[in-house]
Design a protein around this ligand. Structure first.
Ligand code: ZN
Length: 210
């Protein structure tokens, strides 16, 4: 027994094994479907995602994961540095205001604290502006705050999923993910500082014809 899903109405069609490699008309909508040669040999891919408790491979598109780059976890040292600078600035403000003739210290401290705050805001906006959405059909990357760009790869066409982690990134559980598809040179999706990149790859793999 072969189970396929109609290209047009996506309803389940049950066919005999001997119909592999032929064309059949869908009894529901009449659409002609090509039955894959290997359909009888291949286990139903939907099961892998469903078994993992995720939306099935077939049927309407559903979002499986929405991911954003990490801020603190990705750059713990930079974050600590900026935070310490802000604290030092605020201490300067307090000391400057409470000590006679130390107005310059209050001003300097205020400037440093504001600078640190500005760095954090810009950093946060940059982090929030990038996202990776994994659906049961494709992975979509979006970047940019005012000018937005997006790129997507259909899971059935993925050629390679590359994960890069430095030693410290492995310690913190972050890394970059790069996805390339067959039919196109280069990496179409590249996003850094993602939490648990290997888990993301596992989820995407569930929707690939492996
Ligand atoms: Zn149909």
């Amino acid at each position: 027994m072969i189970t396929i899903h109609c290209d047009n109405c996506e309803r389940e069609l049950e066919l005999e094994d001997r119909e592999a490699g032929t064309k059949v008309a869908c009894p529901h909508c009449g659409d002609i479907n090509r039955v894959p040669e290997s359909a009888s040999a291949r286990p139903d891919r939907a099961d892998r995602a469903t078994e993992a408790g995720l939306p099935p491979d077939h049927g309407p598109e559903a979002t499986v994961r929405t991911l954003r780059p990490c801020m603190v976890r990705a750059r713990p040292l930079s974050f600590t540095g900026v935070a310490l600078l802000m604290i030092a600035g605020l201490v300067g403000v307090v000391m400057g205001l409470t000590t006679e003739g130390r107005a310059w210290l209050a001003i300097l401290g205020g400037v440093i604290a504001l600078l640190g705050f500005g760095v954090l805001i810009v950093w946060w906006l940059k982090t929030m502006s990038a996202s990776l959405v994994v659906t049961n059909k494709r992975t979509i990357m979006k970047k940019g705050i005012l000018a937005r760009s997006s790129s997507e790869v259909v899971h059935d066409n993925i050629r390679n999923i590359q994960i890069d982690q430095t030693f410290w990134q492995r310690v913190w559980g972050v890394g970059s993910i790069g996805i390339s598809s067959s039919g196109q040179d280069g990496i179409e999706i590249q996003l850094n500082d993602l939490k648990g990149p290997t888990d993301i790859r596992k989820v995407i793999d569930l929707y690939r014809p492996l």
